[in-house]
Design a protein around this ligand. Structure first.
Ligand code: DX5
Ligand code: ZN
Length: 221
């Protein structure tokens, strides 16, 4: 099984504390910074963007995990400061030319992930599998933090893991996003997920940030 890694969701961070939060993430060896980009069209909300990514770049060397919840991502990728080591997800439901978007991400040296909404069958990834480094499985409907996991999420993770193994691609990662809390994260791990977006019920829940990160890591061994 791939190593379990953390990607805290910065839409859940306190903006007034962000510099200190990034410092703690660096000290704790957090692997990615999850950045939710929303355009108010693909999802009914607005969130984070290119300038935010650029400012993060200047402040930290932690790789970016850019989750694009926007229409026509293939036309907008060039505006994002992504490069080697970063990870970018585009939604299968958001683009007609999904392979073009995945190819453009790889051309920048970044890892290409395909994101699936809860209602999209997991085998919809198959035509795109040769271009994939990972799959981002939404475990809530995209757009808002603080929701409850959709009921068939664990089953979807297990089915996707089995599908990837059957296709001879066990190294393709499964990222889970939405309601990844202390109770559900170990179940998601057991089902086959290996990259954990951690938001309002994970590392950003009440309490000490360092302790929350350590607790999540201990649960994901
Ligand atoms: C929702 C976003 C998530 C969100 C997760 O559309 O993609 O990254 O921040 O937040 P929680 O963990 O609170 O569900
Ligand atoms: Zn996200």
């Amino acid at each position: 099984m791939n190593r379990a890694e953390l990607s805290p969701s910065l839409m859940c961070a306190d903006v007034f504390e962000l510099r200190e939060t990034l410092r703690v993430f660096g000290q704790c060896g957090v692997e990615y910074l999850h950045i939710d980009v929303m355009d108010g069209v693909f999802v009914p909300n607005f969130c984070l963007g290119t300038d935010f990514c650029r400012q993060l770049r200047a402040e930290t060397s932690i790789p970016l995990d850019v989750h694009l919840m926007i229409t026509e991502p293939e036309k907008k990728l060039a505006a994002f400061p992504i490069g080697a080591g970063d990870l970018v997800s585009v939604h299968l439901e958001s683009a007609d030319r999904i392979d073009g978007a995945l190819t453009a991400i790889r051309a920048r040296g970044a890892k290409a992930f395909l994101a699936l909404n809860p209602d999209t069958p997991v085998d919809a990834i198959l035509p795109h599998l040769p271009l994939l480094d990972g799959v981002l499985l939404m475990t809530v409907y995209p757009g808002f933090a603080g929701q409850t996991m959709t009921p068939d999420s664990l089953d979807r993770i297990a089915r996707l893991r089995a599908l990837l193994d059957r296709c001879g691609r066990p190294e393709v990662r499964i990222e889970v996003d939405g309601n990844v809390n202390y109770e559900k994260a170990p179940l998601m791990r057991a089902a086959g997920a290996d990259l954990f977006v951690s938001g309002s019920s994970g590392v950003f829940r009440r309490g000490d940030l360092r302790e929350n990160i350590a607790a999540m890591r201990a649960l994901l061994q």
